[in-house]
Design a protein around this ligand. Structure first.
Ligand code: MN
Ligand code: MN
Length: 316
């Protein structure tokens, strides 16, 4: 009796068949076989408001079955440029304690990094970026491209320094990112105070409020970002709430006046040819969605990000 395990890629099988993996990539059998490892981080214990991002990886996997093999603008074929695998989900030992959960995430990402597998995490709330940065920035501070409605540079809230509005303040304090090589794109929405915006500005981050993006256009912002990052190792973190809630209502802290899906695509396509060491896409919350559109946007933008990572692998 023969048996075809799901690790056998078959791009011409019906897309509704098989266990849903990210973009129908094979499930990894070993760490060694992958150049890029996409994995789920089903954790939302650090949210400050509306919950549900722990359900993100499942629905993004499901919607990502709609992604095919070739990019329609760049003609890039990420699965030919790189060995792409679904690494499964981060196994948790303590989801009721943020720091324990973060240690679980860092331990998982460390395994990939130790085998030169580029980690691409699908969250999950935005707090998960901190342990991912701990894994990829072990040789000193790296550059950061942060696409979000919020700077996520707040300080302590409700007795914790590790909630989803704080990861990039902690990342500066832990010397994981260079704030002067950090750019935050799409910022908007009310805050209780200006603490986060002030911290970003005072540490030298380039903060692009969404009004500036709308005025200058996504392509110009991408050009500025590439110039700022240069040839430094860089991490890309993409919060789905950068999109306008018209396109992404399924997220914990939606803010109007945001990007269209097309602006986000143009921005990401312009962030090519950089030295990516990892990426994440976070804050997709399927229980808050109107149908499955937010997860589909997440899956399609994850494909754009995958192309950026695969391009780097292909250049090696
Ligand atoms: Mn965020
Ligand atoms: Mn946000």
């Amino acid at each position: 009796m023969s048996f075809r395990p799901p690790s056998t890629p078959d791009r011409f099988a019906p897309r509704f068949s098989e266990v849903a993996t990210f973009m129908r990539a094979p499930l990894a059998a070993t760490l060694e076989e992958a150049d890029i490892g996409i994995f789920g981080i089903p954790y939302d214990g650090a949210l400050t408001h509306r919950a549900g991002a722990r359900q993100g990886p499942r629905e993004v996997r499901n919607q990502s079955s709609l992604m095919r093999a070739v990019h329609h603008v760049t003609r890039m074929a990420p699965f030919e440029l790189a060995e792409v695998r679904d690494m499964g989900d981060v196994p948790f030992t303590g989801i009721f304690d943020i720091e324990t959960a973060h240690n679980d995430i860092a331990a998982f990402a460390n395994k990939l990094v130790s085998k030169d597998v580029i980690p691409f995490g699908i969250g999950g709330d935005h707090s998960v970026s901190l342990p991912l940065l701990r894994a990829v920035a072990q040789d000193g501070p790296i550059a950061l491209i942060h696409v979000d409605a919020h700077t996520d540079t707040q300080d302590e809230f409700q007795g914790s320094k590790f909630h989803h509005g704080a990861p990039f303040r902690r990342a500066v304090e832990e010397n994981l990112i260079d704030p002067k090589a950090t750019i935050q794109i799409g910022i908007r929405g009310t805050q209780n105070n200006t603490e986060g915006w002030d911290y970003s500005a005072e540490t030298g981050m380039r903060v692009i409020f969404c009004e500036e993006l709308h005025a200058k256009g996504a392509e110009a912002i991408a050009t500025e970002t590439r110039a700022l990052v240069g040839d430094r190792p860089v991490y890309l973190t993409f919060d789905i709430d950068c999109l306008d809630p018209v396109y992404a209502p399924g997220t914990g802290t939606p803010e109007i006046g945001g990007m269209t899906t097309h602006q986000a695509q143009v921005l990401l396509r312009g962030l090519n040819a950089l030295d990516y060491v990892g990426a994440d896409l976070v804050e997709v919350s399927p229980p808050l969605d109107n149908g499955t559109g937010t997860s589909l946007a997440g899956a399609a933008l994850a494909f754009e990000i995958l192309c950026l990572l695969a391009q780097k692998v292909g250049q090696k």
